[in-house]
Ligand binder design. Structure first.
Ligand code: ATP
Ligand code: MG
Length: 338
């Protein structure tokens, strides 16, 4: 299948001097469910703004649906839908009127527009509230309305900038369901940004991880986790252990059989290893040998967060979809503690 998005060496420098996109290249085949995963300030929204013609690029090339961004931005606008992070629905208009208005902007009219609007109200479960002013909608309803607005004209490609941030788990699950359906049944290509690892893992068939304006990893969620090479062993050494002891510890951990990488995380050490459980007794002995207390040890299957940690040395934020709380400490949510 042909690539609907082709981006080569794209750079975006804001007037303030911030290099928000620092030379990224990627391709998205038509029909793909593609994710852009990254922490706050990574450059996700900037990328969407450039690709959707809302922001002029500094350099590089972008082709969407065969239309060159510079030569034919109108050609691009005709085939895309955009839900930006700041998408605002008109609070004075009802949900239904908002969608009709969007349709008019897209030069739709008559029965074709009306039936599309009813279909979307239905899908987004906004039918009952359709005649209420959008200002009275809950946050989740506003998001769903904004999503519907991006889809009125049945775009071939839809850009969604963190469509589920701030939604409660039920609304989030509904949006996930709808997006999957849109992609599978209507064949719409989806370009979605998220800070949620679980969301990227669940929805996206292909994804790129972006950090500080650069793509640090790309592939399917399974491929990316496979690259980790084994499981994660999460260790919490005594926080008061001296730098010398920690260094000795890391050196010895690296030398254990099957160990790929040892990474320092916020609250401890993460060791990636094949057949990790077999290493547990050795690790305990090793800590004793170095004279550092081991406060906890747990094992976990690798997640996309581990991919991010290995590539960047820090953990991505915005984890923990269920409670909406701050990210759980390392080892706090994932592994069984030994
Ligand atoms: N209008 C602007 N002018 C100057 N700098 C900007 C502007 N918009 C964004 N930036 C900066 O560009 C970088 C990338 O921002 P961007 O909004 O693309 O990140 P993001 O990945 O979408 O983050 P978030 O998850 O918080 O939405 C950040 O350093 C940000 O401060
Ligand atoms: Mg953003």
């Amino acid at each position: 299948m042909s690539d609907i998005i082709v981006v080569e060496d794209l750079v975006e420098v804001y007037a303030s001097g911030t290099r928000a996109i620092d030379g990224i290249s990627f391709r998205v085949p038509e029909g793909e469910f593609f994710g852009f995963l990254g922490p706050n300030g990574a450059g996700k929204s900037t990328t969407i703004k450039v690709l959707s013609t809302l922001l002029r690029k500094t350099s590089g090339s972008v082709t969407i649906g065969g239309h060159d961004l510079e030569q034919d931005p109108d050609g691009i606008r005709r085939i895309i839908g955009v839900q930006s992070q700041e998408t605002v629905v008109d609070g004075d208009l009802s949900g239904r009127k908002n969608l009709l208005f969007q349709g008019h902007l897209q030069r739709m009219q008559g029965p074709a527009l009306q039936s599309r609007v009813e279909e979307l109200l239905d899908l987004m479960e906004l039918k009952e509230a359709a005649d209420r002013k959008a200002r009275q909608y809950s946050g989740g309803m506003k998001r769903r309305l904004a999503l519907a607005a991006a889809l009125v004209h049945r775009p071939r490609l839809v850009f969604l900038d963190e469509p589920t941030t701030g939604l409660d788990p039920q609304s989030r699950a509904k949006v996930w369901g709808y997006l999957s359906k849109l992609n599978k049944e209507e064949g719409t290509t989806v370009f979605l940004t998220t800070q949620y690892l679980e969301e990227a893992d669940k929805l996206c068939r292909e994804l790129s991880i972006i950090d500080r304006g650069k793509i640090v990893a790309s592939g399917s969620p399974a491929d990316l986790k496979e690259q980790i090479g084994g499981e994660a062993i999460i260790l919490t050494p005594d926080p008061d252990a001296g730098a010398g002891a920690r260094e000795a510890l890391e050196g010895r951990l690296r030398a254990l059989p099957g160990v790929g990488k040892v990474v320092e995380a916020d609250s401890g050490l993460v060791v990636y290893a094949r057949q990790a459980s077999r290493l547990v007794p050795e690790i305990v002995t090793l800590f004793r040998g170095v004279g550092v207390r081991l406060d906890s040890i747990s094992l976990a299957a690798p997640t996309l967060d581990d991919v991010f940690l290995q590539k960047t040395g820090s953990r991505i934020r915005g984890e923990d979809l269920t409670s909406g709380a701050a990210p759980a400490p390392v080892g706090g949510v994932r592994g069984g503690v030994y």
